[in-house]
Structures are given as structure tokens and as C-alpha cells.
Design a protein around this ligand. Sequence first.
Ligand code: IMP
Length: 194
Amino acid sequence: MKLVFATHNPHKLAEVQSMLPENMKILGLNDIKCEEDIPETQDTLQGNALQKARFVREHYCCFCFSDDTGLEIEALGGKPGVLSARYAGDSRDSLANMDKVLKEMEGVENRKARFRTVIALILENEELLFEGIAEGEIIREKRGIEGFGYDPIFVPSGYKQTFAEMPLKEKNRISHRYKAFNMLSEYLMSLNYF
Ligand code: IMP
């Protein structure tokens, strides 16, 4: 049975493939000719990850995993969370998203935040969830040009640089996404299918 990662993004596919053992080949949505936008209408990261994986499992009859990530800010009650990509509107504009967060955090002392990635894996009849967290805080202005999304306003715990000031290799070593995919990879390697 094929193992599909529910993404249309070839860069994301290559990045995840590079974290898996060489003999464990994964396919992306383009490889299985899935061109539609898979619905992501749930109000939790877990819900969205499961919704995407179940959709692929049901419509394309393959084993599948999918991920969903959000920035959760304590003082904002966990927002932007599941709304992270579109926090300032449907244009998915990272600068506008960060400006909205910085405005909402004006005068707020508690800067605690975390990135959380949830992966849903569906094999034969089992559904499993894996979670990776990067704790840190939101600074008061943007710094750095690497990375994407909210990286310029997030400093991970134990560091002085934002994710956007770190070389990508270093971010990847400590990131929420890396931790979650590492758990997925270890689980898949423990099975005999691959
Ligand atoms: P996705 O589920 O990976 O598509 O992530 C949803 C949104 O969360 C992205 O559009 C970004 O705004 C934000 N995000 C996810 N991962 C990161 C990260 O590593 N750094 C900064 N922002 C991120």
C-alpha cells in the first residue's frame, strides 16, 4: 500500500522525505493526482490533521499522514492557533499576520507562546496522532529574514535569536515540525511494512 503525505507542496514533501529512511518512499498529493483542496474546517489542529488524512484515505485508498501547525499565544487564549495561516485575512499574508499579533500584544507582559505541529497517520484501520512543540516567546518587533510565517517574532526558549535569525538547519533541529516528524519516522520504522 502506498504511503501518502497530504500536501501539494513539493518542498514540504522533499523536506519530510529527507527525514525518513531512504527505503521509505512517500508520495505527495500531486503524485496521486489529487488536485482538489482538501477541506480543513475543524477548530483544532488535531481535527484538521485527521480530516485531511481521512479524506485521502477514503477517496484515494492509500495509507496517509497529514500535518497541521499553529502558533499558540498564551495571553491571546491560544490564538492564532488553528487560524495561523489566515489570521489577518484570506490572503495568508505573513507580514499582516505578524502585525496583527504584535498589535494585539501591545502592552502585554506575558509573551509566552509555542508552535505546535500535529500529525495524523492513518494506516490499515488505525488512526494515530503525533505532536511536536517548540516553546518560546513573542518579541516586540520583527527580526530576521530566514524561515517563513511568524518566525521573525518568535524566539525559542533558551535562545536569543528569533527563528528567522537562525540558519534553517538550526531551526529545523529544534522545531515543532522536526519533533513531530521525528516521532512519526520512528513509529514508521518500527513497523514491518516498509
Ligand atoms: P501549516 O499547517 O504548516 O500550513 O502552518 C499553518 C500556518 O502556521 C502557516 O501558514 C504559518 O503562518 C504558521 N507556521 C507553521 N509553521 C511555522 C513555522 O515553523 N514558523 C513560522 N510560522 C509557522
